[in-house]
Design a protein around this ligand. Structure first.
Ligand code: AMP
Ligand code: MN
Ligand code: MN
Ligand code: MN
Length: 279
């Protein structure tokens, strides 16, 4: 069984349409897929399970949150797409993303880069706007040659695009997910570059605030990272999730379904909905 429970479509900053993403996942041997776009469920809402009998689709979302002024991503899986709490949350995030984009644009203007908001919005179209749309604008204008360079020079940690104050508190987002009957998962804990002590504090806070699982595997990662995150998970009795964080064929993240297996000691998050299905 290959479950890929983290990837992105054109509804946020991914390259493939929801339909193309599911088809690619099937070609990659994935049998359970969650599309987890940044702060939107548009992709999940537009897909019909009946069109894809060979794969199980789990409704998902990746929320941007704040914890002690640090940006933390929280995945909601198996979430009720009809939930009014979820709809309100997404509306709030859409406003937050738009206001944040204006702030990023103002900061870029101070560095001599004009019209970034309009540029990024034109790349985003109907998608939730994010820094990758600014990266595309910066490339199109010739300021940088690649997304990596855009993040290094303008958008990454400590640069103009590093704006976090618009995100809601992690605990509020966990509450939104839980009230929409979803499972709250701490996304890619290794990406925050925390010390062991600080990572343990994050996992503790996440659990205390109602979080249920940790993403033990995010794409292709060293085995010692998997072991460390597996232990972070089992020490607390949390569930374990895994995903590629795939954004598109030409992108640096792993291919759909191409990552290692969860450690045997971990209880996979999909047991939750399998138990429920068995009733
Ligand atoms: P945002 O959602 O606006 O905070 O943007 C975060 C997104 O930017 C991530 O989900 C990635 O898709 C992308 N990203 C972050 N760092 C990099 C990087 N160094 N190079 C390319 N894309 C990146
Ligand atoms: Mn992304
Ligand atoms: Mn993320
Ligand atoms: Mn992601």
């Amino acid at each position: 069984m290959i479950a890929d429970l983290h990837c992105h479509s054109t509804a946020s900053d991914g390259e493939l349409s929801p339909d193309a993403l599911v088809r690619r996942a099937m070609e990659c041997g994935v049998d359970t897929l969650a599309i987890t776009d940044h702060d939107t469920v548009d992709a999940c809402a537009e897909l019909h399970a009946a069109d894809f009998p060979a794969i199980r689709l789990i409704p998902g979302i990746e929320f941007s949150t704040r914890w002690h002024n640090m940006g933390v991503h929280v995945i909601g899986l198996d979430i009720d797409l009809e939930s009014t709490t979820l709809a309100a949350a997404i509306r709030q995030q859409k406003v937050a993303r738009r206001e944040r984009a204006a702030e990023i644009s103002a900061r870029l203007a101070k560095r001599g880069i004009e019209d970034a908001l309009d540029g990024a919005l034109s790349f985003a179209g109907n998608a939730q706007i994010g820094r990758p749309h600014f990266a595309r604008f910066l490339i199109a204008r010739g300021y940088v040659r690649s997304p990596g360079e855009a993040f290094r020079k303008y958008l990454g940690a400590g640069k103009a695009g590093d704006v976090k104050q618009y995100w809601p508190e992690m605990r509020d987002v966990i509450g939104w997910i839980r009230s929409a009957n979803g499972t709250a998962i701490l996304a890619h804990p290794a990406k925050y570059k925390l010390t062991n002590v600080r990572l343990a504090a994050l996992a503790d806070a996440f659990q205390t605030e109602g979080g249920q699982a940790i993403e033990v595997i995010s794409g292709q990662q060293p085995i010692d990272v998997t072991r460390r995150l597996g232990k972070l998970c089992t020490d607390r009795g949390l569930l374990a999730s895994c995903g590629s964080d795939f954004h598109g064929p030409g992108q640096p993240w792993s291919e759909l379904g191409h990552f290692g297996s969860l450690p045997d000691s971990c209880r996979p998050v999909w047991e939750l909905w399998q138990d429920r299905d068995r009733g």
